[in-house]
Design a protein around this ligand. Structure first.
Ligand SMILES: NC(=O)c1ccc[n+]([C@@H]2O[C@H](COP(=O)([O-])OP(=O)(O)OC[C@H]3O[C@@H](n4cnc5c(N)ncnc54)[C@H](OP(=O)(O)O)[C@@H]3O)[C@@H](O)[C@H]2O)c1
Length: 215
């Protein structure tokens, strides 16, 4: 299985690339710039000590992979999903986007479709099931690749098979996936993330995350 990470040169995507590469998953880092993608792949391979990561332009990365994860800022999300629509047909899209406005108290930016993941699903249609995941996992915790992740990964989606594949990917980086129901629940994950951002700021922390107890 190959996983493409669109925007994998950035903070969250690169952390996920490193975690999966360490776990033996083949990764393609996508970028708007081929050289940036290759440089990021080289850095990941050097850190992992094995040639598990390649770098390509985003459309080629999406076309080559079995599963595509989009990790670009909300501002670029809609256009990127639309650009990659054909390349992603028949594949699963993992959407980690949080539409957030920083400033005073962090707030979710309203999305007409309900959430960023639902906007992606509407653009892509049924040929590409979308699974929302990883919203509440901060990038710097992923980057500390030697340290086990404590946070649960909450996932939402309408396609059971697609969700099962994402559960497997979550388990490969050594943490738990909690199925939170249909894609229409994603707005809750977005709000949970914004709450974390606020609490991190108020309590002067960086690493707050969620883990369910009592399971
Ligand atoms: N950072 C976190 O802790 C965190 C946690 C959970 C979820 N998320 C979500 O993960 C996504 C990525 O976050 P991040 O912090 O990794 O972002 P980032 O580092 O600012 O950006 C990620 C990558 O996206 C590409 N990019 C930037 N602007 C773009 C645009 N307008 N259109 C297309 N591509 C663009 C860039 O890659 P190239 O220039 O190489 O193309 C960049 O390296 C966001 O949707 C965020 O809400 C982040």
């Amino acid at each position: 299985m190959r996983v493409a990470i669109i925007g994998g040169t950035g903070k969250e995507g690169f952390g996920l690339a490193m975690r999966w590469a360490r776990a033996g998953v083949d990764i393609i880092i996508g970028s708007r710039d081929a050289q940036r993608a290759q440089d990021a792949a080289g850095k990941a391979n050097a850190a992992v000590g094995a040639p598990r990561v390649t770098g390509m332009l985003n459309p080629a990365a999406a076309a080559e992979a079995d599963i595509v994860l989009i990790s670009v800022p909300f501002e670029g999300h809609r256009a990127m999903v639309a650009d990659l629509k054909d390349a992603m047909a028949g594949k699963v899209l993992v959407d980690i986007t949080v539409p957030v406005a920083f400033g005073g108290v962090p707030a979710v930016v309203p999305v007409p479709e309900g959430s960023a993941a639902e906007a992606a699903q509407k653009l892509l249609g049924p040929r590409t099931p979308v699974v929302a995941a990883f919203q509440t996992i901060p990038a710097h915790l992923l980057a500390d690749a030697e340290k086990p992740l404590e946070g649960d990964v909450f996932i939402c989606g309408d396609d059971a098979q697609a969700k099962a594949r994402v559960v497997e990917l979550v388990q490969q980086i050594g943490t738990r996936a909690i199925d939170c129901g249909p894609l229409s629940q994603t707005h809750t994950l977005e709000r949970m993330t914004v709450l974390l951002l606020y609490l991190n700021r108020r309590l002067k922390r960086r690493s707050l995350t969620y883990r369910l107890v009592g399971l």
